[in-house]
Design a protein around this ligand. Structure first.
Ligand code: ADP
Length: 452
């Protein structure tokens, strides 16, 4: 803005001044030429013939006209007071004119344009004298000065307006940024519930909104983390407390019979096994959270399913559960073999675990359009509708005691859900109309045989 104002105050004036200079010099030169013309024809110049010739020249409104002879002696001077008649004039212009050059110049000084022009007077190619004209113009200079002062006033007004406006704008801006900074500092110090209060619809308000939604997510993540840590410690505490109780009982009971000792030690072993299952699952979840995954490959799900079925059939047989499976189409997905194994194992293990003896568990693997769909159905007790939305949360169990008795950690479905989602798939739980639970996993189908 300052640069624009400086330019506005200098450039037009500079251009107009230059134009006036040139116009003045040219017009004065023309006037001098007219005067030289009126003197042409005279073989030599003297006061009389010059005065006669100059008398017919129109009143030009010039401040001063001088006519000199070839030696520079003034023969004619229009200045009324203190004229220079008879004296020698050595104005630069006159000297130059007597040397045969036309001279014209204009300058501005002390609120007036001062223009000077001089030309030689020739007779038969001989310089017989010179005509010099001088113009003093304060009127046009005043006009230009008026323009200059108007421009100055306008610039001052514009400058003040720009200053006020930028002051107001920057104050509003710094206030908003200050509010946002305060909010950022508070959240950084741990006050996750604090939100930035910035009004308006500008970029800073949008930034504040983004910051608030980021803080929302941070708060949700932080809450989940706290809940997870407290749930995990609680889960680890229970078997540890049991182990402690059992060892205390062995140590404090005098003359304990070997049978009871064996029973207690077996219980300690079972609790230790549970501890290791929980820590294994926790580690698996931590790995999933960290985002470090095995590089994906095109995996045919069917051989993995067959392997899990072979493993599970023994457990199912023991419980009297009928375990069947079927498959349709080429079911290839982009994942790792271990992940697929874990997903099928967890879902089938749950179905067998939570169904009463004599139930049937059916697993089907189908290629449907651009999806590979795995369903694990049982005809057990199913899952209460109100528990369905939270079923995939970490440590969430419908029946805590039953899950513990069955050796569950409450992390199996959370692992399934995280693993499936990491590979772009989905998993959902529901109940069959005829009774029993049904879990459906959908992966994007990957054309077989090609490595990504
Ligand atoms: P857990 O280690 O307790 O089995 P999961 O995360 O695998 O943990 O499952 C969470 C809860 O979901 C279980 O505790 C159980 O109450 C319920 N559940 C899972 N699968 C079934 C099923 N097939 N039938 C009935 N309830 C189920």
């Amino acid at each position: 803005m300052a640069a624009a104002l400086v330019l506005m105050n200098t450039y037009p004036l500079w251009v107009s001044e230059d134009l006036v200079f040139r116009a003045k010099a040219t017009s004065l030169q023309n006037s001098v030429s007219v005067m030289v013309y009126s003197l042409s024809g005279l073989d030599r110049l003297n006061q009389e013939n010059v005065a006669q010739a100059m008398a017919v020249v129109e009143e030009t409104g010039l401040s001063r006209i001088l006519v000199t002879d070839s030696a520079g002696k003034v023969l004619y001077d229009t200045r009324e007071t203190n004229d220079a008649l008879g004296e020698y004039s050595f104005y630069t212009e006159i000297v130059q004119a007597l040397l045969g050059n036309d001279m014209a110049s204009s300058s501005y000084r002390d609120g007036a344009f001062r223009s000077r022009a001089a030309s030689p007077v020739l007779y038969q190619n001989q310089i017989i004298g010179a005509v010099y004209a001088y113009e003093y113009d304060a009127e046009q200079a005043a006009l230009l000065e008026g323009l200059q002062s108007n421009l100055l006033r306008l610039s001052a007004g514009l400058g003040v307006a720009a200053l006020c406006l930028s002051g107001l704008l920057s104050r509003a801006l710094t206030r908003k940024i200050g509010q946002l900074l305060t909010a950022i500092r508070k959240v950084r110090e741990g006050a996750y519930s604090h939100r930035a209060q910035v009004r308006g619809h500008d970029e800073i308000a949008q930034l504040a909104e983004e910051f608030n939604s980021l803080t929302d997510r941070l708060q949700t993540t932080e809450n989940a983390r706290r809940r997870f840590v407290s749930d995990a410690s609680h889960e680890l505490k229970t078997p540890l407390a049991a182990i402690r109780l059992l060892t205390d009982s062995i140590l404090q009971t005098e003359n304990i019979d070997p049978e009871t000792t064996r029973e207690f030690v077996a219980d300690i072993g079972a609790e230790a096994e549970r501890l290791s299952r929980i820590t294994e699952d926790l580690l698996r979840l931590t790995r999933l959270d960290s985002g470090v995954m095995e590089p994906p490959a095109v995996v045919d799900v069917l051989p993995v399913l067959e392997q899990v079925m072979r493993m599970m059939s023994l457990v199912a047989q023991e419980k009297g559960t009928e375990l069947t499976y079927r498959s349709e189409g080429t079911c290839t997905v982009l994942a790792s073999r271990d992940e697929i194994h874990q997903i099928i194992y967890n879902l089938t293990d749950n179905a067998v675990k939570y169904s009463p003896p004599g139930s049937t568990v059916q697993v089907s693997l189908l290629h449907r359009g651009d999806l590979v769909v795995l369903t694990v159905e049982d005809n057990g007790p199913g899952i209460p509708e109100e528990d369905l939305p939270r079923l995939f949360e970490r440590f969430y169990r419908v029946d805590k005691a039953r899950s513990r008795d069955a050796g569950g950690t409450g992390l199996g479905l959370a692992i399934v859900s995280d693993t499936v989602r990491k590979r772009g798939g989905t998993v959902e739980a529901g109940n069959r109309p005829e009774g029993g639970a049904v879990f459906t996993v959908r992966w994007p189908w990957q054309k077989g045989g090609t490595q990504p």
